[in-house]
Design a protein around this ligand. Structure first.
Ligand SMILES: [Zn+2]
Ligand SMILES: [Zn+2]
Length: 208
């Protein structure tokens, strides 16, 4: 039984009717949406896989970018899409959740099928995991990392800019705009996503 008083992901206080949970409902919904965005024929995994078959994407959306589509896929992208990549990362979490009685492992199949199955069982068991799984913060972190990696490749995106907020204690807190919340390392004050955006930005100074 958990006795958390704050969400382990965003650090906002849990409501009375969220007693026994380790994460708040909004965080649970975010995780669910994130998982959903990876799977399916239009999901991030499928779109990433499309990038590894240049010239064969006629049944999918045209790959945008000025030169990107004519370039051979990088080894990095191939590794993500192959066995040992995203599918295996998700299955490792399925195995972990299964060891807590929170998921059903399924064996084999094509990579897209494996991704879809892993996402399906994780989403199905997420409401129970919110009550019982001991490492949802790590789970959330890794799912977001998978999504960021996919999106960066699909959109040719640059990594998010790292900003620094000024904590009233004098400390500075590095964060990016898609943070779930951060904790000041100097005074250990937790800030939610909204709170951290309300802080002043720290001056960028040359390393002292
Ligand atoms: Zn939360
Ligand atoms: Zn502080």
């Amino acid at each position: 039984m958990n006795d958390h008083t704050a969400c382990v992901i965003c650090t906002s206080d849990l409501w009375e009717d969220e007693a026994g949970r380790s994460i708040c409902r909004p965080c649970q919904q975010r995780i669910d949406r994130n998982l959903q965005s990876i799977a399916g024929p239009c999901g991030l995994y499928a779109r990433l896989a499309l990038r590894t078959t240049p010239g064969k994407g006629s049944d999918g959306p045209a790959v945008s970018g000025t030169r990107g589509s004519s370039m051979p896929p990088s080894e990095h992208v191939l590794n993500l899409v192959a066995n040992g990549g995203i599918a295996s990362d998700l299955e490792a979490w399925v195995d972990d959740w299964a060891s807590h009685g929170l998921a059903q492992t399924s064996a084999g199949g094509r990579l897209q099928y494996r991704v879809d199955q892993a996402v399906k069982t994780l989403r199905l068991n997420l409401p129970q995991a919110a009550l019982r799984h001991p490492a949802l913060k790590d789970f959330n972190h890794e799912i977001r990392k998978i999504i960021r990696t996919c999106k960066r490749i699909i959109d040719n995106e640059k990594p998010p800019i790292e900003l620094r907020a000024q904590c009233p204690c004098g400390g500075t807190i590095p964060f990016t705009l898609n943070t779930d919340g951060e904790t000041c390392r100097s005074c250990e004050t937790p800030y939610s996503h909204g709170d951290i955006l309300r802080l002043d930005l720290a001056e960028r100074r040359a390393a002292a």
